[in-house]
Design a protein around this ligand. Sequence first.
Ligand code: ADP
Ligand code: MG
Length: 258
Amino acid sequence: MSVMTMDSSIAAAAPATDAATGREKPFFAASDMHAYYGESYIVQGVSFDIRQGEVLALLGRNGAGKTSTLRAIARVDSPGLVKGEIWLDGKPVHKMKAFEAARAGIQLVPEDRRIIQGLTVEENLTLAQVAPGAGWDLERVYGHFPRLAERRRQEGVTLSGGEQQMLAIARALMRDIKLLLLDEPYEGLAPVIVREIENIVNEIKSLGITTIIVEQNAVAALQLADRAVILDTGEVAFTGTAKDVLDNAELRQEYLAI
Ligand SMILES: Nc1ncnc2c1ncn2[C@@H]1O[C@H](COP(=O)(O)OP(=O)(O)O)[C@@H](O)[C@H]1O
Ligand SMILES: [Mg+2]
């Protein structure tokens, strides 16, 4: 498959340079990732990198391998990464287990949000705080998420879909966060609620938190993102700026059906 690249450079925070090559070292780099569910070969040589503070939209049709790619980056057991390297801020994530990747600052907010049953909003938040002092504290979370503050004593699973998404994102922020992975944060939400979550993601972006956003709502993701990677059957079909994709009707039609 041919790989289109229209990657123009985007100014970002002062990048580290590789002492050996003198080349700029990306904050995050996935290089030739191959991952399997048992015998099923799903992530088929995916590579991309992200600069610190950038938002990258990871797009593609249903079943293209977006969730699998996020899961492989977060080092959850399945799909198993059998080849490839993942580097975050100079650390070899590909050598880590999921808990180590989380400790290294990779926080995955999965599609199903995983709010813990029987716990209040506040308990869900404090439980996420593995190393106090590393991430945001409750006060800061409640400052950014007033709806969660109002509902702090309410059981987490009784929140509305949008509120549960807020709680899932807030929980990630209570950990030491270097790379936020958002899997379909707008899924199943009414348009007015999508706008609220969009505002939150925008706020996260303005705070300079490096983010990968996977979304079926590609236009919403692209409006937010600096750069985009399009996956097609487990391979990278396109890497470029978000604007490249928004401006390219052919590309959108072929891989995103928009
Ligand atoms: N647990 C699993 N076991 C086997 N195959 C899976 C599993 N999860 C997903 N797949 C397959 O991997 C492919 C990519 O899925 P996924 O990463 O969820 O795609 P996307 O998030 O882009 O919709 C699909 O063909 C899907 O059927
Ligand atoms: Mg998915």
